[in-house]
Write a new protein. Structure first.
Length: 150
């Protein structure tokens, strides 16, 4: 769902060339693990407890709070990204947004059309934020220093 333009879009998930980082294989393994835990419907990314079990609904004073379907919060997703970046010994500041920006940067560096990047990543057409990400890539790629033998 592209929140800013209030439209649902369909994005293909393609097989990766490296099985260790292939998104299709990772998604299939994740769905198999969810099924083994008894979760066959509902949101894909769900909350887990500290023992890596699917977490029960949150309650406060006997009333349910948070997402009733048990979706993982944006903050929890950011924690997962940060934890995995640290485990991989990556430097810098990492968050859930790092995945989104990294997608845009890698797609532009590979020569993809900015409009298609925007639509695949859920940015509004003409997004100034996305334009800044892409400008960073283009500044390096189009530098007059490229290809002069320095």
């Amino acid at each position: 769902y592209r929140k800013k333009v209030r439209k649902h879009t369909t994005n293909a998930i393609l097989y990766g060339t490296d099985p260790a980082t292939c998104p299709v294989r990772a998604l299939r393994a994740y769905l198999t693990a969810l099924e083994a835990a008894g979760r066959t419907e509902g949101p894909m990314f769900v909350r887990v407890d500290r023992w890596d079990r699917i977490a029960p609904p949150l309650t406060r004073g006997g009333r349910r709070i948070g997402d009733p379907a048990g979706r993982m919060s944006a903050e929890a997703a950011a924690e997962v990204v940060e934890r995995l970046a640290n485990a991989a010994h990556l430097t810098g500041a990492w968050s859930g947004h790092s995945l989104r920006r990294g997608f845009a940067t890698a797609a532009r560096a590979a020569g993809h059309d900015p409009l298609e990047i925007a639509r695949s990543g859920g940015w509004a057409d003409g997004s100034r934020v996305l334009a800044r990400y892409l400008a960073d890539v283009d500044r390096v790629k189009n530098s007059p220093l490229v290809g002069i033998g320095l």
